[in-house]
Design a protein around this ligand. Structure first.
Ligand code: ZN
Length: 216
């Protein structure tokens, strides 16, 4: 009996490790009215986000986004998760990422459709700054740009960046107002691979061809 108890006690640290591994990390919280907020109907985000190292090459900034966003609370919780929306911007020669915002128009609770609100403004005291792109996450694995993401009404800047919980990263170049197809790229081995296009007549609806692999 004593031997069995001693043996069981010996297994305690292992049990604790397994228990901790099984618990989802709650993720880091952002602070409303400090990191992000609303100004009337518009969403603002603070910048720069201190966890992202600025770079002269925008792609170096993009490559840091997904792991940083996925460390935030509810970022990976599928139908119960949150999307985060932020922006990339330049000051002088350098590109910075803003903090992302979880503000959305969705009703709270589980849903297969999420849509964080694209920020309109960055609060960074340095001027002039120029916004290049927005970025946003999906809280599911294998969840690429949606038709809603690619639709004309969702375009604010000349580029959109999107990624999922497996850190598949997509770049949309919508070519708004130009009679050339929109382009969808996937980040593969530090390069952008053209994976789909959006024909000029399909731009209003955001119809991507061929369709992106949606594993949900
Ligand atoms: Zn999306």
């Amino acid at each position: 009996m004593a031997g069995a108890a001693r043996k069981a006690a010996h297994l305690w640290p292992l049990a604790l490790v397994l228990l901790m591994a099984g618990c989802a990390s709650p993720g880091k919280s952002l602070r409303r009215d400090l990191d992000f907020g609303e100004d009337g109907a518009r969403v603002w985000v603070a910048g720069p986000w201190e966890v992202i190292v600025p770079a002269a090459d925008v792609d170096e900034v993009i490559d840091q986004l997904c792991p940083a966003v996925m460390a935030l609370e509810h970022a990976r919780e599928h139908d119960d998760g949150w999307e985060y929306c932020g922006v990339l911007y330049t000051v002088g020669e350098m590109t910075y990422a803003s903090v992302p915002s979880p503000l959305s128009r969705d009703t709270p609770g589980a849903s297969m459709v999420k849509s964080c609100r694209i920020p309109s403004m960055v609060r960074d005291q340095r001027q002039p700054l120029a916004v290049l792109s927005d970025y946003h996450s999906h809280p599911w694995p294998d969840s690429p740009l949606s038709a809603n993401d690619a639709a004309l009404r969702s375009q604010r800047w000349s580029i959109r960046i999107q990624f999922d919980t497996r850190c598949h990263v997509y770049k949309l170049v919508p070519h708004v107002g130009d009679s050339v197809p929109g382009e969808v790229y996937e980040r593969v081995a530090k390069t952008w691979r053209l994976v789909s296009i959006i024909r000029v007549e399909d731009k209003p609806a955001g119809l991507v061809q061929p369709p992106l692999p949606d594993g949900r």
